[in-house]
Structure formats: structure tokens, C-alpha cells
Design a protein around this ligand. Structure first.
Ligand SMILES: NC(=O)c1ccc[n+]([C@@H]2O[C@H](COP(=O)([O-])OP(=O)(O)OC[C@H]3O[C@@H](n4cnc5c(N)ncnc54)[C@H](OP(=O)(O)O)[C@@H]3O)[C@@H](O)[C@H]2O)c1
Length: 363
């Protein structure tokens, strides 16, 4: 693939989805990005033509909290992307025409919702080659959510072979990948998942052994969990993707203790699942989780309580490629939009938290 790129005064003009601060609307704008004279990229950087991106709640959250003090005036939104390497610095492990996916989310610099992006692959959360046969839309749906899910399941210290895992909020994209990693990569014996009836088929396809419909109320959920434990033993790992802390009060009955390696891993996110009107306090940990974490750090609880974030992990790309080649990776896409025409609809969709899979923008 040859792409002719015009640079003027050491600036590359890209067409991006931008905003200035929390009160300004998203706008399509031509943005001048400073580049290296002659080479465009530095030896440790790559230039990528973006083919697809996917939206995450964090994109809505960062936009909502953004002010004029940090980063460039015109901020490019987004983190997740897939695309084709157009230029590769000789200090990188990439070459021209490599098809890649990644997550370049950064509080201070420019995001991924743009026709071209430049970055240092070693400094971003995720940058991996797309496995053969995976579309750009599928690949763009992976980085943030599947990486977070992978890290969440890895919080279990030891092999999950023969163990019981509970995924709270398996209808979320993080939860759905969590089920798949637990069942197909880490070989858990039983994966129990909470989700609504709408997400049940998807979650069963992902590999869940038992579904509990959380919309039927707390008593229903806890009774079902207690019944599972009676038949199969306690959970070894609970991955919470929706800050459902109702289970904490029942840990004694459902979660193995710290001495038996029991872990409660909680994906860090907002306390409300409506990202249109989010506030700082929605991101604060609950009193229950602060107290439980403090007690854990002081050695006063019987359980490990571990927060989960996206993070760089050498094993992650290999795990994705393995599951994909074994045909054990389902990538659920809720909807696809034209990046430069329908981006507002796409943001509405993800902010509502009603998307059943990833919301994708095509560039
Ligand atoms: N810290 C990090 O690094 C990081 C990274 C990624 C994501 N996150 C956080 O993880 C969470 C999930 O993100 P996501 O992108 O995976 O979400 P998502 O795909 O947008 O989640 C949508 C799904 O959430 C489920 N849902 C809605 N309300 C619910 C409720 N009250 N209880 C349980 N499930 C509910 C729905 O499934 P049902 O049909 O089952 O209702 C819906 O399909 C967010 O809080 C996000 O901020 C954090």
C-alpha cells in the first residue's frame, strides 16, 4: 500500500473527531500534527492509517472531564483503533503494511479517532498485529475491553484449571471477554455469569456454564449463587465489571478465603452506567470498597480485593491470537457507523450503556 502524505512546515494534517473541553461538542476538524522533518516519524515511532476505531465508556468520561489546561487545544478523542502501518521507524518491531490494532488512550496527548495516527508502540497500552482472518472492525473492538478482561482474570494467583469463576456484568464487553478468557484460555472449570436476558445468548456463546439474570433482583441472584456453591464449591475468582458490590456481604458463603487464593477483582470504572451526564464522584470508589481494600492491605480481611485496569502485558496479544486461531474468540459488535458522518449517533449509543457489544467507527 502506498499512501502519499503531504507535510508542510513539519506538520501533517489529519482529519479527526475533536473537542476542546467538557462543554464543547465533538467536531470533525483538520488538525496539524507536528512531525519530524523529512521522515515524519522518529525512529521509535510508527505512522498508521486508521481503518476502524471502537468507543469505550472512558472516551465519554474523559471528554466530560476535559478542561483547557491539559493537552492540545483541539483534542482528538478515542484510544482504540485498527489500521495499516504506513511508515515504521527502524527502532520498532513493525514494518510498512503490517495490519495492527491498539489502544493509544492518553490523558494529555491526541487520541485515535483520526485518519492517521503517530505513536511509539512501546509507550501505548496495546499495540499488536491483527491475527489472520480478523477484520479491521473486529480488531478495533478488542484493545481496551479485552485487555482489561485479560488483566482481571489474571488477578487470580495460580492456575484456574478446575476452579470456579464468577463474572458480574458479563453483558458488558469487558465481562464477555472475561468469560472467554476464563473458560477458553485459563481453562476454568465453571464460569458463572450475571447478565440480562438480552445478553444471555451472547454470554452462553462466550462459554459461560451458568447464567444468572441480575434484573430479577438481589435475592434471586444471591440464592442462585448460594445454590451453585452448594453443588460446586465456592468461587476462586470473582471478576466484577459493573461495580456490583452486593456480593461483598456474602463473601463468607461464596468466595474462597485469601488463604485458599480467593480473589475479588473489580474493574475500575464509573459507579453509574450512564455516561451522558457523569460526575467526578461517580468514579470514586464506594465506602464498601475503600473499607474492604484498606482492611485487605492491613491484613484484616479474609479476601483479596484487587482493582483492575488496562495495562501493558506481553502475554495479552499472544492470548488473543491463540483463541482466535482456535476459533474460540467471539467478538461481539453492536453497531458500525461512518466515522465522519454518524459519530454523534455512535457516542450516544455507547453513552447509554445499552450497546450489546462494541460500537465501531469505520474510517
Ligand atoms: N479501568 C479500566 O481500565 C477499564 C477498561 C475498560 C472498561 N472499564 C469499565 O468497565 C465497565 C464496562 O465497560 P464496557 O465497555 O465493557 O461496557 P459496555 O460494553 O458498554 O456495557 C454495556 C452492557 O452493560 C450491561 N449493563 C447495563 N446496565 C447494567 C447494570 N445495571 N448491571 C449490569 N450490567 C449492566 C448491559 O448488558 P445486560 O444485557 O447484561 O444488561 C449492556 O449490554 C465500565 O464501567 C467501564 O468504564 C474500565
Amino acid at each position: 500500500m502506498t499512501v502519499s502524505l503531504e507535510t508542510t512546515d513539519n506538520k501533517l494534517t489529519v482529519k479527526a473527531i475533536t473537542y476542546e473541553n467538557y462543554s464543547t461538542p465533538l467536531k470533525i476538524k483538520d488538525i496539524d500534527i507536528p512531525v519530524e522533518e523529512g521522515t515524519i516519524i522518529k525512529p521509535n515511532e510508527i505512522l498508521v492509517q486508521v481503518k476502524a476505531t471502537s468507543l469505550n465508556p472512558v472516551d465519554c468520561i474523559l471528554k466530560q472531564f476535559s478542561n483547557n489546561y491539559f493537552g492540545p487545544k483541539d483534542k482528538i478523542i478515542g484510544g482504540d483503533f485498527s489500521g495499516i502501518v504506513v511508515k515504521a521507524g527502524d527502532k520498532t518491531n513493525f514494518k510498512i503494511n503490517d495490519k495492527i490494532y491498539g489502544d493509544i488512550l492518553d490523558l494529555k496527548s491526541r487520541g485515535s479517532f483520526s485518519n492517521f495516527i503517530i505513536f511509539d508502540p512501546k509507550k501505548v497500552w496495546v499495540c499488536e498485529k491483527i491475527p489472520i482472518g480478523m477484520s479491521f472492525e473486529q480488531a478495533a473492538s478488542l484493545p481496551c475491553v479485552s485487555n482489561t478482561a485479560f488483566e482481571g482474570i489474571k488477578k487470580y494467583n495460580g492456575s484456574l484449571n478446575g476452579k470456579n469463576v464468577l463474572v458480574l456484568g458479563a453483558g458488558t464487553s469487558v465481562g464477555c471477554f472475561g468469560v472467554q478468557f476464563a473458560k477458553h484460555y485459563f481453562n476454568a472449570l465453571n464460569v458463572v455469569a450475571t447478565c440480562s436476558e438480552t445478553s444471555t445468548k451472547k454470554t452462553l456463546n462466550a462459554g459461560a456454564d451458568l447464567i444468572i439474570d441480575y434484573t430479577k433482583g438481589e435475592k434471586y441472584k444471591i440464592d442462585k449463587l448460594l445454590n451453585f456453591v452448594k453443588l460446586n464449591g465456592k468461587f476462586d475468582l470473582i471478576l466484577d465489571c459493573v461495580r456490583d458490590e452486593s456480593v461483598i456481604d456474602h463473601f463468607d458463603q461464596i468466595l474462597n478465603s485469601y488463604n485458599e487464593n480467593g480473589v475479588f477483582a473489580q474493574v475500575s470504572g464509573s459507579y453509574v452506567l450512564d455516561y451522558k451526564n457523569i460526575h467526578y464522584y461517580n468514579l470514586l470508589p464506594s465506602w464498601k470498597s475503600i473499607i474492604t481494600t484498606l482492611k485487605f492491605k492491613l491484613g484484616l480481611t479474609k479476601y483479596s480485593f484487587i482493582p483492575v485496569w488496562t495495562c501493558q502485558d506481553d502475554e495479552y496479544g499472544t492470548a488473543i491470537a491463540k483463541l482466535w486461531s482456535e476459533k474460540k474468540l467471539n467478538i461481539f459488535i453492536d453497531s458500525e457507523y461512518d466515522a465522519y458522518i454518524d459519530f454523534e449517533d455512535a457516542f450516544e449509543r455507547v453513552a447509554s450503556c445499552k450497546a450489546h457489544g462494541k460500537v465501531v467507527l469505520k474510517f
